[in-house]
Design a protein around this ligand. Structure first.
Ligand SMILES: [Zn+2]
Length: 265
């Protein structure tokens, strides 16, 4: 084993899933000895601070909820050319207020084996317990030690309000569309709203101002803007065509005038 995966814990705002996402790799042998250790710590601290607060990531639970398949089956069966990978708003997790999200390094010694994430930098659990879904999802009860003790959102936990995969896919896709296409400050504000409503799937259509209405409004607006932009492009195309036509006519007339002048002489 040479380069090792580095990772951070992310939390999906839609379903309150905690999972590990690889953020880079590191050659640990480059950081040997006292000086090496200091350089490693400095490098890691800088990387912790450089991490964006939220990102659109492939959340394993969203994949499962939207496809109605286990993550493993989805990976195996999905047609990589055509399958849509749901990307959900996920927040880098800090386990202590005011501290940047900690970084972990995969210390497994067998290639292809189950990852063995250990804390490399920052404040957080010493290790992470990954569940058996081959997705990097953290076994949530193991996070009780760090004060996270709510079960994650699952369809069957909402008796009487069970939703289909299509319904989850519609919510997920609306959130993704809005976050991809809004201007960065607006996307940031919307992501924060989804985070505050986490798990947003559960609070989507809440009677007292569900977050779904906010997302749908944003989607309608970006779509209207895209249509207006297409119309403006079409109008500009027409204008340029008219200019070109007029130019052609002018060139022709100039030529004809020059020809007549030549005949007169
Ligand atoms: Zn999710």
């Amino acid at each position: 084993m040479s380069a090792r995966d580095e990772a951070c814990v992310f939390r999906c705002a839609l379903d309150d899933t905690y999972f590990v996402a690889v953020t880079g790799t590191v050659e640990l042998k480059q950081f040997r000895g006292k000086q090496g250790k200091a350089a490693y710590d400095e490098r890691n601290a800088a990387r912790q601070l450089a991490l964006p607060p939220w990102e659109l990531l492939r959340c394993p639970s969203c994949v499962e909820l939207c496809s109605n398949q286990s993550y493993e089956a989805w990976l195996r069966d999905c047609d990589r050319e055509t399958a849509r990978t749901p990307l959900s708003p996920c927040f880098a997790v800090s386990f202590e207020e005011g501290e940047p999200p900690p970084m972990f390094v995969d210390r497994k010694n067998k290639p292809g084996g189950k990852p063995k994430y250990e804390l490399a930098s920052g404040v957080g659990p010493g290790g992470l317990e990954i569940d058996g879904s081959y997705s990097g999802r953290i076994w949530k009860p193991s996070l009780k030690l760090v004060g996270i003790d709510r079960p994650r959102y699952e369809q069957q936990q909402q008796p009487g309000t069970q939703r289909s995969a299509e319904e989850h896919a519609a919510m997920q896709s609306a959130a993704e569309t809005a976050l991809c296409r809004l201007a960065p400050p607006e996307a940031e504000a919307l992501a924060r709203k989804l985070e505050a409503a986490c798990p947003a799937y559960a609070t989507w259509a809440a009677a007292s101002g569900g977050v779904g209405a906010v997302v749908d409004k944003a989607v309608a607006r970006v779509q209207a803007e895209a249509e207006a932009c297409d119309e403006a492009k079409a109008r500009e195309g027409e204008r340029l065509a008219a200019v070109e036509k007029a130019n052609r006519k002018a060139r022709k007339e100039k030529k004809r005038a020059a020809k007549l002048k030549g005949q007169e002489q």
